[in-house]
Design a protein around this ligand. Structure first.
Ligand code: PFF
Length: 533
């Protein structure tokens, strides 16, 4: 077969899977995946927790050391193989690669479950802006909140909300929106992101403008941007910055590989990775400016869980606005929902696309396979039953489950999957092979330093962060969350990590072993010369 017939063949195969209609569509989708709750909720609370400017330098280093190289790798892998994560890894490293890919997809599904649950609460709060969110005299069925409040209290409203069945309905609505957007693959995703992503930027700029026009708003921004050398010596700051960077850029779980698999093979991936990373980090700083301005103007303390900042502190600040309280409150929660949706679709799409590639099934069937466990899981995280009435931890069954799952699945899976992907690409395929494959189409060529990063530096950094946190965890003497008095549910801290690990490992084992005659994946040492099948 000549090279051109082979190319024509692979092009039509790619079209059958789905393709982006333009580069802009891809950039909007990939930056929509990256910009999400991580940028608005987690970045600012991490930055605050680690002392504002102290976070700045490690985060900046993490961008160049880990973020951009791993994004180039994920984009390169997807575009070169034209496959979603497990099949792409199979092509470069055989069954062991595929196993890593499926394990990552299993974890992605767990993360989707609680990501959607958080979006459900955000939707509940958004609807609440038309109701009693900004009104005084509300109560919640927990001991500190049983007396009606004298002024508006976002915290009391939130605890009241999560003890009702409304979040269950909100979770179903968010899942339905995800499934609609994903119904036609890249085509329908592109239609949604063309509206949502520009809207997100517009809303965020509106919030900055509001924050900075208050007296004192600029002090918050200075806190965020003044480098703090003392904080930089803290190891925890570095760990926080690395984990945040991976999550924020949607790396590790194959979402970026899947999105890039809908691109033609000859797209410039270095350029794409730089563009998406800068758009993401730009949005993060923009969000940081808006949020820190509000925190300083209204002397708010977002300490506590990561949800505290967006669900209590920021709405509390908005409640003190001289005008437009409901409008800005609505804007803020709408922004959270939209930013979260463009990220959750990428998480779901990466699992759906992986199943389609492996099992050669229709999209609707793959969506059903993912949606059934996904919806059940998200509903569990929104369960309103009170199991911690003193509010020593999270209060309800759903929020407690979410907190423990977040700690394990979220805290470990992205970095672990990222670590193994670098090892597979760096050592089994050879970083140089991928580099040359990417260079064949990129204006800015990657030099051998890329190989050094992928083979040694990124795995060493990720490996040490992982070992170090696990060591910290195991030597602390208590299991995460086990010190909270959970009435009748003391098993949660122990069984959640077991459920996550056992189920993801068995799904990975089962799917990797499953032979499919439709897709004969061959391991290859040269991605560029080999067209997919
Ligand atoms: N990047 C998203 C955020 O910042 O909220 C979260 C995310 C999406 C992580 C997709 C991983 C992923 F595959």
């Amino acid at each position: 077969m000549t090279h051109s017939t082979k190319n024509a063949l692979s092009t039509s195969q790619r079209e059958k899977r789905g393709v982006w209609s333009s580069k802009l569509g891809f950039i909007l989708a990939a930056s929509g995946s990256a910009i999400g709750l991580g940028n608005i909720v987690f970045f600012s609370s991490n930055a605050y927790q680690f002392g504002g400017g102290a976070f700045y330098l490690p985060y900046f280093i993490a961008l160049f050391l880990l973020g951009i190289p791993v994004m180039i790798l994920e984009f390169g892998l997807g575009a070169a193989t034209g496959k979603a994560f497990p099949s792409a890894l199979h092509r470069i490293a055989g069954k062991k690669g595929e196993f890593v890919g499926w394990w990552a997809q299993g974890s992605a599904l767990f993360i989707t479950m609680f990501y959607v649950a958080i979006l459900g609460w955000a939707l509940g709060m958004m609807i609440g802006t038309f109701g009693s969110l900004f009104e005084p005299g509300i109560t919640a069925p927990f001991s500190p909140f049983s007396e009606p409040t004298t002024g508006p209290s976002a915290m009391v409203f939130f605890f009241n909300l999560i003890t009702t069945a409304w979040p269950l309905l909100c979770v179903i609505i968010i899942w339905a929106l995800n499934l609609i957007i994903l119904s036609k693959g890249p085509k329908s995703i592109e239609r949604a992101v063309r509206v949502f992503v520009p809207l997100m930027w517009l809303f965020m700029i509106g919030l900055i403008f509001r924050g900075l026009t208050f007296d004192g708003g600029v002090d918050g921004v200075l806190y965020l941007f003044t480098p703090n050398v003392e904080g930089v010596a803290e190891p925890q700051v570095w760990k926080g910055a690395f984990a945040q960077m991976f999550f924020s850029l949607s790396l590790g779980l194959g979402a970026m590989t899947t999105y890039a698999s809908y691109l033609p093979k000859d797209t410039d991936q270095v350029n794409n990775a730089l563009l998406v990373s800068f758009l993401n980090c730009g949005f993060e700083y923009v969000a940081g400016i808006a949020i820190f301005a509000l925190l300083f103007v209204f002397a708010l303390n977002p300490a506590g869980s990561t949800l505290t900042l967006s669900f209590f502190a920021i709405p509390q600040g908005i409640a003190a606005f001289p005008w437009g309280v409901r409008f800005f409150g609505f804007l803020f929660f709408f922004l959270l929902v939209v930013a979260g949706l463009t990220s959750s679709i990428s998480l779901i799409e990466s699992t759906v696309s992986s199943l389609i590639d492996k099992l050669n099934i229709a999209r609707s069937r793959a969506l059903t396979y993912v949606a059934i466990p996904g919806i059940i899981g998200s509903l569990c995280f929104a369960l309103p039953q009170i199991i911690d009435p003193d509010l020593a931890g999270n209060g309800t069954l759903g929020l407690t489950l979410l907190d423990v799952m977040d700690h394990w699945a979220f805290g470990y899976s992205l970095l672990t999957a990222g670590f193994f992907t670098c090892i597979l690409v760096g050592w089994v395929l050879g970083a140089k092979t991928l580099r040359l494959t990417i260079n064949a189409h990129s204006k800015l060529t990657l030099r051998p330093w890329f190989d050094v990063l992928i083979k040694y530096i990124v795995p060493a950094v990720l490996g040490s962060v992982l070992v170090w946190s696990l060591y910290d965890e195991l030597t602390s003497g208590t299991m995460y969350g086990s010190d909270i008095e959970l009435q009748g549910f003391g098993w949660i801290p122990y069984s959640i990590p077991a459920i996550w690990l056992i189920s993801t490992l068995s799904v990975a084992f089962f799917l990797t072993r499953k032979e499919t005659h439709q897709i004969k994946l061959k391991r290859t040492a040269d991605l560029y010369l080999m067209d997919p099948e």
